[in-house]
Design a protein around this ligand. Structure first.
Ligand SMILES: C[S@@+](CC[C@H](N)C(=O)[O-])C[C@H]1O[C@@H](n2cnc3c(N)ncnc32)[C@H](O)[C@@H]1O
Length: 184
């Protein structure tokens, strides 16, 4: 697994893309993933895995016939993650999250999008595009789960999803809010 040191290095290379100085805690990972019905989910999308802290938990919990598609734009994180994770259920792409629609087979809808993207530091057009595209690829009642270090994303997420609930955890550096959004 990539170390905390390598995470900080990536932060200083590209603050806007990485958006955090340290990887998330496993506790935040569990909070992010606790409402996913892993028995039923057939397609999960992950945006911005970094060193793969959430990827590992998703793969542990996912059904044997489920698929995980992961989008990571940072080349070093992409190479480290695809070098270490070899599970036939996962596809790791060196691609920006806004293009996720291109990689989902015709007629297939996702059960869940798990996003760690630093939404509020992305340019507005990209931010809105990624959240709209996530909504579009989800099946009805599908979930978009996003963590952020502030409540600033609430307005955008409420404008796109039919319900948005927010949990807070102090057991992460920095403390984080987990947004769980549902498509109608
Ligand atoms: C805050 S880090 C989260 C990393 C990890 N999931 C965690 O929680 O520790 C944000 C991640 O999003 C990635 N990222 C930023 N913009 C992206 C984009 N447009 N498409 C895909 N990944 C992106 C960054 O490279 C970084 O790995």
């Amino acid at each position: 697994m990539a170390t905390k040191g390598s995470f900080i290095k990536q932060f200083f290379k590209d603050k806007q893309m990485v958006g955090a100085v340290a990887p998330s805690s496993r506790f935040l990972g569990r909070k992010m993933l606790e409402n996913i019905n892993f028995d039923k989910a057939k397609l999960i999308i992950e945006l911005g895995p970094g060193n793969g802290i959430f990827t590992d938990i998703i793969l542990q919990k996912m059904a044997p016939d489920a698929k995980l598609i992961v989008f990571e734009l940072n080349e070093d994180f992409y190479k480290a993650l695809s070098g270490r994770v070899s599970d036939p259920r996962v596809e790791i792409l060196h691609e920006s999250a806004e293009f996720m629609g291109k990689y989902i087979p015709e007629g297939v809808e996702a059960d869940c999008v798990v996003s760690s993207l630093p939404l509020m530091v992305l340019p507005e057009v990209l931010r809105v595009n990624i959240v709209n595209t996530s909504h579009k690829v989800l099946k009805p009642k599908g979930q978009y789960i996003q963590f952020q270090y502030s409540l600033q994303s609430k307005k955008l997420l409420k404008s796109i999803f039919s319900t948005v609930s927010i949990k807070f955890t102090a057991r992460n550096i920095p403390p984080a809010f987990v947004y769980t959004c549902h498509k109608a």
